[in-house]
Structures are given as structure tokens and as C-alpha cells.
Design a protein around this ligand. Structure first.
Ligand code: RP5
Length: 162
């Protein structure tokens, strides 16, 4: 066991520019994480091993991003009870609607908490993971509250001309 409680996994290197948004949120909140390429189709044995060992390795949340036929989050949810947050990566062909539908429509019994398409979804996945961990970590809860307050404070009340 180590103190890494969040796993960020993605189907391809090409997903990293999106999934890095989750990592950057976790960096900002001082939450340790690991990041791995785990493809449902190209490295199924790696997916199986990752899911099989997730509980014993101390993971509390898995953020899984994939695009197109995005089976990674759902397959991971089938292999471990560690909560899986799914990020539909935006695709060229279908703008990520394919990814969204592939991730969100899970059968009863195996949930994936599905975020928005693309970078906003990835950033929110980081915040969601931090929020889950914050329930048992008062210091993290304070950092998350501060982060949210700072975001609110950065929003001007009055619109400005360009
Ligand atoms: C999926 O196929 C990946 O998650 C990625 O979003 C998409 C395209 O992968 P590459 O062809 O760029 O490796 O498995």
C-alpha cells in the first residue's frame, strides 16, 4: 500500500492532453495520483491487472478517460468496486458524442460517474475525485473549499466590453 489513492488511466497517449486537466487539478490540491495508459482494446490484460489489484494497492478513485468506442471506464467498473469516474474524450469524427454514449449508458449494477466531454470533464473528474477523498481528509477538504472560493471570487459581477 502507498499513499496514492487516485489512479488516472486513459486509452491512449493521445488522451493525455485532455486527461492532464485532471492531473493539474490534483496537483493544485496536493492530491497524489498515478497516471497510466491502459487500453480496453489494445492492452486488455493490463486493464484486467489494473482492476484486479486496484483495491489492494489502496486506490480509492479511478478516473478513466477514453475516446470513440470508449470501453475503458465501463470495463474497469466491471473489474473493481473502486469508484470509476469516466471522462469522454473529444473525438474528431463525432466530437466526443460517441465517447459519451459509450461511457454513460452502463447497465444496472456497474456504475460509471460520467463527466462532460473533453477538458472540462477531465478537470471536473479531478475535482470529483478530490471531493470523494475530502470526506475522510479534513485538510484536503479545506484546500478544496479554498479552491472553490477562489474560483467564485475570480468571477466578475459586471460584464465588460472587449
Ligand atoms: C481510444 O481510441 C483512446 O482512448 C483514444 O481516445 C482513441 C484514439 O486513440 P489513438 O488512435 O489516438 O491512439 O482507445
Amino acid at each position: 500500500m502507498n499513499n496514492v489513492k487516485v489512479g488516472i488511466i486513459m486509452g491512449s497517449q493521445s488522451d493525455w492532453p485532455t486527461m492532464r486537466e485532471a492531473a493539474e487539478i490534483l496537483d493544485a490540491l496536493d492530491v497524489p495520483y498515478e497516471a497510466r495508459i491502459v487500453s480496453a482494446h489494445r492492452t486488455p490484460d493490463r486493464l484486467w491487472d489494473y482492476g484486479k489489484t486496484a483495491v489492494d494497492r489502496g486506490l480509492h478513485v479511478i478516473i478513466a478517460g477514453a475516446g470513440g468506442a470508449a470501453h475503458l471506464p465501463g470495463m474497469m467498473a466491471s473489474k473493481t468496486r473502486v469508484p470509476v469516474i469516466g471522462v469522454p474524450v473529444q473525438t474528431k469524427a463525432l466530437s466526443g458524442v460517441d465517447s459519451l454514449y459509450s461511457i454513460v449508458q452502463m447497465p444496472k449494477g456497474f456504475p460509471v460517474a460520467t463527466m462532460a466531454i473533453g477538458s472540462a470533464g477531465a478537470a471536473n473528474a479531478g475535482l470529483m475525485a478530490a471531493g470523494i477523498l475530502a470526506n475522510g481528509d479534513p485538510a484536503l477538504a479545506q484546500r478544496l473549499d479554498d479552491w472553490r472560493a477562489a474560483l467564485s471570487a475570480s468571477i466578475p459581477e459586471d460584464p465588460q466590453d472587449d
